[in-house]
Design a protein around this ligand. Structure first.
Ligand code: PFF
Length: 455
């Protein structure tokens, strides 16, 4: 596609919903609760909120302005703005990070499809907590079923990607996001009304700072980047489809708010329910797949039809939330291959889908059949998650903030943030200050501390 006939999102709400669609996904409903559980609860959440405000939002605005100004895929964007410099490697690293995340993320996205089928065929009915644990273990340890769902999920993502930006990404996001929100609210109400749920609420609200160490900071920062889809050029790529009148600061705040709100609500579904049935909060990646089916059974024990309807709706929407995120990751790599190597969009998409299937199979097997094969003590799934969320995304964020704060012409930043002087953005100076000093220092300190140099 030539530079000026690139596709565009058709409406303002489409811009926000598509970006929020990328941000809201398994990161909020699956990863946020288990990271919160593994890192001690409320204190982790507070640090996470700090990371969203201080690092996430300014870096999101950076990605937006880099993407919209260059109107190019993330790797090309740096070539347009900083020709002939090594900055293009920031974009390239982002493409690689997106590709790796898509590979293991699709494994969990595939699990949601299995749970849609279980919900539709009423398999949850009458099961107890230990039975849910056992059936999850059986499923994830099976060599074939998770791979089947992984492949199906990637094919669904592929289908939407080849349909293009406005008809594909925007249309689906507009319907799915609001529906997801409504059902989440209903589930919070159910979960907090379960007997014994108070302990879960306390876990979310009462911080215990004695458990906070450098690992908690790294996890919270990684989760903030992961959840906001930052540090890998995803929102930069989406912003290349934004119109000239999109208010970048407002869009970033809307996306950040929606994303954070949904993550916190997901916490209020999972933990009250987990404590209520005695499931440990640090159960890890399986947490939502064992607690949630339980919530439906217990909350609606007197009305099985409601249990049935809500579980079907929830897993369908979870799959959909995952889909709006997988298409955004897929788009990064597809736009890159299409625009940089001259492949047709279809061929570029096929390469990405095929590559992710290949890597995804290893990740999937590492959750069961090959779980004893490890590197640095981690199987493929955990290793991909660690390297991308805890290293590549924060590193990408660090470089993006340095690029915008120190390298990029301030006139470009000003004209993008204020839409050529037509918008008043009172926090303009604050954004620049954070990008220049706070974000680079904070991310570096967290990295260095975690590597042990300050211990
Ligand atoms: N933000 C997505 C989620 O929370 O599920 C995951 C994600 C999407 C990460 C896109 C990175 C990305 F570029």
């Amino acid at each position: 596609m030539a530079k000026n006939d690139r596709a565009n999102f058709g409406s303002k709400i489409g811009v926000i919903l598509a970006s929020a669609g990328s941000a809201v996904g398994l990161g909020n409903i699956w990863r946020f609760p288990y990271e919160t559980g593994n890192n001690g609860g409320a204190a982790f959440i507070l640090i996470y909120l700090g990371c969203i405000l201080l690092l996430g939002l300014p870096i999101m605005i950076s990605e937006f302005l880099i993407g919209r100004h260059s109107r190019a895929n993330t790797a090309r964007a740096y070539q347009v703005l900083a020709p002939g410099t090594p900055w293009r490697w920031v974009g390239r690293m982002g493409v690689l990070a997106g590709f790796l995340i898509l590979s293991y993320y699709s494994v969990v996205a595939g699990w949601t499809l299995e749970y849609v089928v279980e919900a539709v065929t009423n398999k949850f009915s009458g099961k107890s907590a230990p039975e849910f644990i056992e059936s999850f273990q059986k499923f994830s340890g099976n060599p074939f079923r998770p791979i089947f769902w992984l492949i199906l999920f990637l094919l669904g993502t592929h289908y939407i990607i080849v349909k293009g930006v406005e008809k594909g990404i925007e249309k689906y996001s507009k319907i799915m996001m609001p529906t997801l929100f409504v059902i989440i609210i209903i589930l919070v109400a159910c979960s907090v009304s379960l007997p014994g749920s108070e302990k879960g609420i306390e876990f979310l609200l009462k911080p215990d700072f004695s458990k906070v160490d450098s690992q908690v900071f790294l996890s919270a920062m990684g989760q903030a980047f992961f959840s906001l889809s930052l540090g890998m050029g995803c929102l930069c790529t989406y912003a290349s489809y934004f119109g000239k009148d999109t208010n970048l600061t407002k869009t970033a705040f809307s996306v950040g708010l929606i994303d954070t709100f949904i993550a916190i609500l997901a916490g209020f579904i999972i933990f009250p329910a987990a404590f209520s049935v005695g499931i440990q909060p640090d159960a890890g990646p399986s947490l939502i797949f064992i607690t949630l089916p339980n919530v439906f059974q217990q909350a609606f024990s007197g009305a099985p039809i409601l249990a049935y309807v809500f579980s079907v709706m929830f897993y369908v929407l979870l799959a959909v939330a995952a889909l709006t995120s997988t298409i955004s990751m897929h788009e990064v790599a597809t736009a890159y291959l299409h625009e940089e190597f001259g492949f047709t969009r279809g061929k570029a998409a096929r390469i990405v889908t095929g590559g992710c299937m290949f890597l995804g199979i290893f990740c999937s097997l590492s959750m069961g059949p090959t779980k004893d094969i490890t590197l640095f003590g981690m199987g493929a799934f955990d290793l991909f998650d660690f390297v991308t969320a805890k290293i590549m995304l924060p590193l990408g964020g660090l470089l993006i903030s340095v690029f915008t704060g120190w390298y990029l012409d301030k006139k470009i930043i000003w004209s993008e943030i204020t839409n050529n002087g037509t918008l008043r953005v009172p926090i303009y100076k604050l954004i620049i200050f954070i990008l220049k000093y706070i974000a680079p220092v904070a991310i570096s300190v967290i990295f260095i501390n975690e590597l042990g140099f300050l211990k």
